[in-house]
Design a protein around this ligand. Structure first.
Ligand SMILES: [Zn+2]
Length: 425
């Protein structure tokens, strides 16, 4: 059973040709739309409101005809129709768990969890039959920890259902039961490392850890290097939300996140909801094939882009690039949208920059943009650097601003990339 499952993850699905993948997705899309239209009150009324029947949606491109569903739509619908807002399709066996995510959003959990997407993420990260994995995701109210728990079972791995918190107990447990895999947020993994170092433990000798899958938070490359360096293990990330499950996972090559086969992912223009071409940055929107709580065009609020370049790992799926931030982190200066990821890309061209922050203020009804920059030691010729940065800013962001060099430590480590200090009175 387990070995067949491994083959299943690796070969039958993950190496489908583009044509076969598209045919597979078309078929699943058609099925879920018919199913949702028949059994889910909310899906039917949303399609009816647009005057669209499920048979009109034939492929990924046709999805554009359907409205985007946002978290706020779920919250509103659930206020009217408790508990699930009519989005649910309660199967014969009933609902195994009722999850409550911030919002609040109520979500029915299926009786038998068969979704293999998180298991694919675990497998790609190196988790195998016989591994002992510490699951530090929260087992309280929300579904993520349970999804992983069930997925570990699919792989034949044991789970230590510890949840977050109590670092010294976690460290003790990891040693006592020879934990080989970690599941949790990157910041919790870092806290564990720091706590273990504080207890004078040798991270390589005193632990049996060999793989870590992180998620639910931004995972900057600098943090990965730090954690991988300290533990000498693979640390890979997976991306998803509690509403739509896993939407991407890294393979050993870490060249973006492979999109699992059993979900449809679009990158759309935040304003229009139209699909963007490969490589363009937009909002991640997902359509799931859940038979209990199907989501049609659910907007995640996260920004990314797609790549279809072949991956050396052999998986043929398109991949999500980095998660570039949230759609709501956008700031408007002089009427122009500025996203934190644009600022990141711009700053990446200047290797002398140690830290930076954009501060937006308003004087006499005019927006002012100031970029405070901390330089690495030994940077010469600040005058020419200032000029080049201001030019780049105007070209990339299309907004004029002033670069001011800050003293070392002048910008707090966790400061917002774009600090909007305008007061609208
Ligand atoms: Zn790959």
């Amino acid at each position: 059973m387990i070995d067949r499952a491994h083959g299943y993850f690796q070969r039958e699905k993950e190496t489908m040709s583009k044509r076969r993948r598209e045919a597979y997705l078309k078929e699943r899309l058609s099925k879920i739309l018919h199913y949702g239209y028949r059994y889910s009150k909310a899906i039917r009324s949303r399609l009816d409101a647009m005057g669209i029947k499920p048979e009109k949606i034939k492929d990924l491109k046709d999805l554009e005809k359907l409205p985007i569903t946002r978290k706020t739509d779920l919250v509103t619908a659930q206020k009217q129709t408790l508990p699930f807002g009519g989005f649910e399709v309660v199967p014969e066996k009933g609902v195994r768990r009722i999850y409550i995510s911030p919002g609040p959003v109520f979500e029915p959990g299926e009786w038998d969890y068969k979704d293999i997407r998180w298991a694919q993420a675990l497998f790609a990260c190196g988790v195998r039959k016989g591994d002992v994995v510490i699951n530090t995701f929260n087992y309280h109210l929300t579904p993520l920890a349970f999804m992983f728990d069930e997925s570990l079972k699919m792989l034949g791995a044991s789970v230590v259902p510890v949840g977050p918190g109590n670092l010294s107990m976690q460290i003790q447990l990891m040693r006592q039961v020879h934990v080989t895999g970690f599941l949790g947020t990157p910041s919790l993994l870092m806290s564990l490392i720091e706590a273990a170092e504080g207890m004078s433990l040798d991270l390589k000798k005193d632990f049996s850890l060999r793989a870590a899958l992180v998620g639910a938070e931004m995972f900057p490359e600098s943090l990965r290097q730090k954690v991988e360096g300290k533990l000498e293990i693979f640390v890979r990330q997976a991306y998803g939300t509690v509403d739509v499950g896993c939407l991407g996972y890294e393979c050993p090559e870490k060249k973006g996140m492979h999109i699992p086969e059993d979900v449809m992912v679009e990158i759309v223009d935040t304003e229009t909801g139209k699909q963007l071409e490969i490589g363009a940055t937009g909002e991640i929107v997902a359509t799931t094939f859940s038979k209990v709580f199907p989501m049609i065009r659910f907007a995640t609020g996260d920004l990314s882009y797609l790549t279809e370049d072949p991956c050396p790992c052999g998986r043929t799926s398109p991949r999500l690039g980095k998660i570039l931030g949230r759609t709501d982190q956008v700031t408007k200066v002089w009427g122009i949208f500025i996203h934190p990821w644009q600022v990141d890309e711009m700053m990446a061209k200047f290797p002398w920059v140690a830290n930076y922050q954009i501060v937006v203020t308003r004087e006499e009804y005019h927006d002012q943009m100031t970029v405070y920059v901390e330089l690495k030691e030994g940077t010469a010729d600040q005058t020419s650097l200032k000029r080049r940065m201001e030019k780049e800013m105007e070209e990339v962001l299309k907004v004029k601003g002033e670069v001011v060099f800050a003293v070392k430590g002048g910008i707090p480590d966790r400061a917002k990339k774009i600090d909007d200090r305008r007061i609208w009175e």
